[in-house]
Ligand binder design. Sequence first.
Ligand code: FES
Ligand code: FES
Length: 153
Amino acid sequence: MRVNVTVNGEHRQADNVWEGESLLYLLRERLGLPGSKNACEQGECGSCTVYLDDVPACACLVAAGQAEGREVRTVEGLAEGDRLDPIQESFVECGAVQCGFCTPGLLIQAHDLIERTGTPSDAEIREALAGNLCRCTGYEKILDAVRLAASKR
Ligand code: FES
Ligand code: FES
């Protein structure tokens, strides 16, 4: 099957996509966008989170064919040229990145939270990021980074 999708503002096309193939596989293996990570492949960890038509979704749970004609924004699409998005800068400034495997999904989810709420409360941050697992940081630095990014708006 052929899939047409807009990714980070660019029209992309992939041929010979298998019916059972995930959007995550399409992005990483066919379109050369390895930012979204594959950890659990069953919707448990959030490391594969991307925007699908402006709503965060686990790309491992979306069939590639379901993305036909839709817009996807991955972590590669957060920065503008060489300028990092404030949420990316804040993760670096707060030391919220260790192995980095969870980071792309957390960035998308936190970016969406700040877009929607402006200055989220701690409870809102915890709720929004509850589906994104991190085995390294203990989460405190991630919370600091989201607070800092919100304060930069
Ligand atoms: S790889 Fe998609 S939720 Fe874990
Ligand atoms: S930084 Fe390693 S899993 Fe989060």
